[in-house]
Design a protein around this ligand. Sequence first.
Ligand code: HEM
Length: 375
Amino acid sequence: MSTLPGNAGVSVLGDKSLEFYREPVCFCLQRIEKHRSRVFQSRLLNRPTAFICSVQGVRELLCEKSGVFLKDPTDLMTNMYGDNIVTTNGEEACLLRLSLTSLFTGACLESWNDYITSVCERCLKDLSVSGQPECVYSVFKALGTELVLGLFLNVRPEEQPELYQEITQLCTQHWHGLISAPVSVKVPMWSSGFCTALEARDKLMDIIRDRLDTDTQGFVGSLASLPLPDSSSASQHLLLFISALIPKALASLLTSFTLALSGNEQEETRRRARLDPDFLHSVLLEVQRLWPPFIGGRRIASQDTSLAGFHVPKGHAAMYISHSVHRDPEVFQQPDDFLPERWSGRNAGQEHLLCSFGGGPRNCIGVKLTDVFIK
Ligand code: HEM
């Protein structure tokens, strides 16, 4: 078995990990070219890491070898979000997924349709009439926030404007903790971003616990009655679900969709997407292929193993980069071109090869809900 091309001593993100998306994507483009391989080694978060930029590699990582490559319980996320499904492994993760998935499928999902439609109509109606230039990302992020807080916390801006405003601000401060150096410093008149984020998290947890104690309706009520492993599990997961990550990801997809379909030359694509739900589906697949909202995901090898034929020692990390995986020319011809037709032609039935929502047994549990939101 060969060793991975690359240098395990080179640091990729270092202190500038704040440039969350652009840096790793550019880094991968350069390394793929340099090593002439879509799987290579470098160093990330102080650990030798196999970077996976091929469809075959990501299938192996997330599906075939999901029992070997595990989530990292010391992930940066744990600082900000505490213990939750994202960083657990084994039986605990299986049980959590079983319980939580029931809230995002079937009757639960259907019961949200009317609410989602009414919020979308209200938030988007002004876009078409104002005639003024608008930053659509901000409009979509506000829409995503309203959907998430309304569905998961029963807090709606028209009913409780002050509480809604307070939670929105706290969610933003909390999110900034994920992209700031993990140093908690507070002196008179100044707090580090990380410290402010921890304080925001504590305030959010107080609000969440209060909702769980007093509200028996909707998602909060259903979550409170789930058989979860311990008493803090419901609140920790609500903190995850209302996090700014989800409105940001929704806004990213909707903005990419808007940009991809804008301009006179896309008039026919817009017309077809409006009339034909299958074509709209293909357009949305192509949007998430070219512009996946999240970088990807990271795992740790629990034993000596291999990935795409390369040796990966126990304790090394593996990180898949969706943007690069989705441009693997082995699977996607003309990988950089926006071609929705590929999903009814050469790539028909290959949606599962995308990894914008992860893949395998630890894929995203919100994928169906996101589909409803987006459509
Ligand atoms: C555009 C929207 C979304 C995107 C792009 C997205 C993306 C992802 C990705 C890439 C993963 C896998 C990470 C990995 O492999 O380590 C993931 C996992 C997860 N997602 Fe999403 N997600 C979205 C919306 C949602 C929503 C609406 C929810 C629920 C409210 C949700 C809940 C989760 C959870 C709980 C996991 C962890 C599953 C596990 O570890 O077993 N996501 N998501």
